[in-house]
Design a protein. Sequence first.
Length: 380
Amino acid sequence: VDSFPKDFGPFDGRVWLNCAHQGALPRAAVAAAHVALELKISPQRIRDDLFETVPRRLREALGRLIGVPAEEIILGNSASYGLHLLAHGIPWRAGDEVIVVEDDFLANLLPWLGLASRGVRVRAVRPRRGTIHAEELARELGPATKLFCASWVHSFTGYAADLEALGQCCRTAGVRFVLNVSQALGARRLLVAQASVDAITCCGSKWLCGPYATGFCWVRPDFLESLECRQAYWLADRLATELAQVSGAEPRVPRGPRAYDVFGTANFLNFMPWTAAVEYLLDCGIEAVERHDEELVSRLVAGLEERGYALVSPRAGGSRSTLIVASHPRPERNPEIEERLRHRGFDVALRRGNLRFSPHLYNAVEEVDRVLEALEAAVL
Ligand SMILES: Cc1ncc(COP(=O)(O)O)c(C=O)c1O
C-alpha cells in the first residue's frame, strides 16, 4: 500500500488533492502513452489487428473492474456519452418523466433536458441532506416516471448514495435506475451484477486515473435490448483485418453493446494509457486502494474538525466518500484559503464556495498531515 505513491509522479514538489477534477496518470500508463505515441510517429508500426486488440483489452479491464463480461462494456469518451446514448435510445412517449437530483452535476441533467421537444418532463428532487435517500425518492416516483438518474458520489457534497436502497426503490416502482459513478469508481468497489442499477456511466480521468476524454458505460442487457440504436460505426462489427481480404461485402448493421461504442474505438493515444491505468488499479486491488484512501480521508476529516472546519460531507459511515467538502467557519474566507494553499504547493478545489479535498492512492499519509498544517498557517 505504501508503495502506491511511488508509482506516480513526479508532482513537481506539489501535493495534488484534487482527484475529483483529474486523477494522476500512473507511470505504467505513461509508458503505454509513449508506446501509443511511437505508433503514430512511425505509422508502419500500426498493425491492423491493433484496431481490434486495443479496444478489446480496455473492455476486458473495465469488465473485470465492475464484474461483467468484457463484451457488455460500451466504450465512450466521457460520462456524458453514456447518458446521451440512453437519452437518445430510450423509446420515450410524450408525458414520460425523468427524475434527477437537484444540484447534481450538470452532466446528469442536460441529456434529459434535451428531450423536452419529445414531451419528456424532467423533475429535480431536492435532497434533504447531501444526497437523495430512498424514502425521499419513493415519495416522488409516480406512474409517469420512467427513469431516475443520480450520481453515486455527489460532486459538490461528497455524499455517497445508498445504491441498494435506491435501486430497490426503483425496481419496486418499475423505474430504470441510471447511475453516474464518475466520482467513485476506482476508489470503491462496485459489482454491477449485484447492484440494483440498470445502467452506469463513468468518466475515465478521475478515480480511474486515465487521460481526459475517456469513459465507458454499461447497460443491463434487457435494458439495452429495449433501446433504439441510432448510430452505426463502420468498425463496430467488422474487424479491421477483414478490410484487407473482403471485397464488395454486404454492409452489416452492428448489433449489441459494440454498436454503441464511441467512434474511433481504437483511440490509441487515450485508450492505451487508460487500459494500463485500469490494469494497474486492478493489480493494486480495489480493496487495497479503498483502504489506503480511507486512511487518508479519516485523517483529513479528523484534522479538519480539530481545526474548527465545518464538514459539508458526512464525517463517517457508508455515505462518506473520498470527496471531503468543508468550510471555514466564515465561508467567505474559503476562496482566500484555497489560494493560500495553492501558493504553498497544495492543490485543492473551491466548489460552490466550499473547499473540496479529494486524495487518491498517489497521496501519502504525510501529505494529509502537511496540508492540515498548511491550512492552519493559511488562516493566520
Ligand atoms: C459526477 C460527474 N460526472 C461527470 C463528470 C465529467 O463529465 P464528462 O465526463 O461527461 O465530461 C464530472 C466531473 O467533471 C462529475 O463530477
